[in-house]
Design a protein around this ligand. Structure first.
Ligand code: SF4
Ligand code: MG
Length: 326
């Protein structure tokens, strides 16, 4: 499969006492083999929800209204929970922002990794141990024998994230979802973890969905980028194309709010004025219009669909920004 994951026109809503709230609207996204696709947006834009949809780890009141998700050509729409259990970890695994909450504090990290082999693979103890050591080495953990016996609290935040990545790799998944994997780490460690993800992509041909609110992370690690706002995709393009000539006013705002990416350390942190809209109370037309300096009556009345320009750069906007912005 050259396309590992395909989300096709997915609309998802939450059923609440007060009515139905649409949280993802008409989202279409593909993850190709061996690429890092960045999914970027402010918190509450639907990034994590998109990831949880892929794992079918949604709250009981969530409903797929329309569309489908396919992993390696297999539809997840009617997939049973036992089917999903075998997909999770085997085909797709997930890395979260805070490894401490995902690790058991009472069990040495080596044993926690080993547990995955006991669950998913029928191999003897000696081979299991060897595989764990190999995994620790492959995620850049030195002195793996000593580390094997250490507890999570004995490791630094960066080391713990490496352990989580080792666990995600244990069953050789086709795809890894990394949800804000470096947000809790300081900048130096953040760069090292992103380097590790890039190495994994290259060495194992693994596809990675990298979820972040940080355009700096996108610029460092992503091959393609999807920009999300209010549960909708606003822009989708190759990373260089998006960084050099963003077309959606929201993307321009996100880029301008990151001083280190423009190389101007003294730049004021420009945040986009206004707040992310409440999904229960979305603005009419384009959901970004109350915050957009280009908004016209057309924007206030009609919601633009994501469409490709002649270079294959997708944008959902009636008045896309033209030319290079920097
Ligand atoms: Fe702004 Fe209109 Fe484009 Fe929405 S459609 S981002 S309001 S210009
Ligand atoms: Mg999130």
């Amino acid at each position: 499969f050259s396309t590992i994951m395909r989300i096709d026109k997915l609309t998802l809503s939450f059923q609440q006492a007060s009515g139905s709230v649409t949280a993802l609207r008409n989202v279409s996204l593909q993850l190709k083999k061996g690429e890092i696709l960045g999914l970027v947006g402010e918190s509450g834009s639907g990034k994590s929800l998109t990831a949880l949809s892929l794992m079918k780890l949604l709250p009981a009141n969530a409903r797929f209204d329309q569309g489908d998700i396919e992993l390696e050509g297999i539809s997840l729409k009617h997939m049973s929970e036992s089917g999903m259990r075998s997909i999770r970890g085997n085909t797709v695994s997930m890395i979260f922002q805070e490894p401490m909450t995902a690790l058991n504090p009472l069990i040495p990290i080596g044993s926690q990794i080993e547990e995955l082999f006991i669950l998913h693979k029928k191999i003897g103890k000696k081979e299991r141990r060897r595989k764990v050591i190999d995994l620790l080495i492959s995620v850049g953990i030195s002195e793996p024998e000593a580390r094997f016996r250490q507890y999570p609290f004995e490791l630094s935040g960066g080391m713990r994230q490496r352990v989580m990545i080792a666990m995600a790799l244990a069953c050789s998944p086709k795809m890894i979802i990394a949800d804000e994997p470096t947000t809790a780490l300081d900048v130096t460690i953040q760069a090292q973890i992103l380097d590790l993800l890039k190495d994994i992509k290259r060495d194992y041909d693994t596809s990675i969905l990298l979820i972040t609110h940080d355009m700096g992370v996108i610029a460092d690690a992503a091959d393609r980028v999807a920009v999300m706002y209010a549960g909708q995709l606003m822009e989708l393009a190759a990373v260089d194309d998006l960084l050099e000539s963003p077309r959606h006013p929201y993307t321009v705002g996100l880029l301008n709010s990151i001083p280190n990416i423009t190389g101007d350390e003294q730049a004021e942190l420009n945040t986009i004025p206004g707040i992310v809209p409440d999904l229960k109370n979305l603005p009419s037309g384009c959901p970004f219009h109350p915050r957009c300096t280009y908004a016209t009556d057309r924007c206030r009345e009609h919601n633009p669909e994501l469409a490709a320009d002649e270079r294959g750069h997708y944008v959902a906007c009636w008045h896309p920004v033209e030319g290079e912005i920097r």
